[in-house]
Design a protein around this ligand. Structure first.
Ligand code: C5P
Length: 234
């Protein structure tokens, strides 16, 4: 049993040994391990072996034509990820194809999450890509598209949680990166929040990477965030 099943730790490293050590350090405190592009690109499906008995959030943020995304999902289903991601910007047909693909999983199927707007992007960054709306208006548009096309939930900024809960209620699974405990370095994340605030605003799961994995005492950092989440839920 872990201290907090709502804490997801992002194991962003290319090194299997370091990944294993990180996972060992955080095991008592988190429910799910996030395998992202860095670890999966380095190890391929062997990344699942590194995660051991942990549930895995496979965050490969698929974004391609519907047929290719559906095939990529079919290819990872035998590894039994608990959650996986596609980019909402891939469009309704791509998300619907992803949903049909996860439905083919035998037993419990993975939760299909759509990434709305990366938490590293500001409204100015979006404008540079041709999106004239604010980040939050764009998130809302992508959230409607994703949920109406078959996504079970969304990856969003903690700052958009209240808006999304007001719009969609308790139904969608909301997963938030961009979590920073008090005193942590923001890094390249722009739309960030404290763990307790994210829980209060309606997050189901909190994804934390560097504030834990780059801490001097990894276990202590994970324990402190897990406790902050647990205190808020109580
Ligand atoms: O180190 P940090 O806590 O910023 O890690 C956040 C993790 O969440 C990274 O693995 C990143 O890929 C992921 N992520 C994100 N923003 C999204 C979706 C996922 O930062 N919108």
């Amino acid at each position: 049993m872990c201290l907090n099943s709502r804490l997801i730790v992002a194991i962003d490293t290319a090194d299997a040994g370091r990944a294993r050590a990180l996972i060992d350090s955080v095991t008592p405190y988190c429910g799910i391990i996030k395998i992202g592009l860095e670890l999966f690109s380095a190890l391929g499906p062997a990344a699942f072996a590194v995660a051991g008995s942990h549930k895995v959030f496979l965050d490969l943020k698929f974004h391609d034509i519907p047929n290719t995304v559906a095939g990529a999902i079919r290819s990872v289903l035998p590894r039994r990820p608990a959650m996986l991601t596609v980019h909402a910007a891939g469009g309704g047909k791509m998300i619907a194809a992803a949903r049909r693909s996860v439905e083919t999983a035998g037993g419990e199927r993975p939760i299909l999450l759509a990434v709305t707007v990366l938490t590293s992007l500001s409204s100015d960054d979006l404008a540079a890509t041709g999106v004239a709306d604010s980040a939050s208006r764009h998130v809302l548009r992508l959230a409607h598209l994703a949920l109406e096309s078959g996504a079970d939930g969304l990856v969003c900024s903690p700052r958009e949680l209240s808006m999304l809960r007001a719009e969609f209620g308790a139904g969608p699974t909301l997963v938030v990166p961009g979590i920073r405990p008090k005193g942590a370095i923001q890094g390249d994340q722009i739309r960030v929040a404290f763990p307790a605030d994210a829980v209060r605003a309606g997050a189901d799961y909190l994804v934390v990477g560097r504030p834990i994995t780059e801490a001097a005492d990894i276990g202590a950092a994970a324990a402190a965030i897990a406790k902050e989440i647990a205190d808020e839920i109580r």
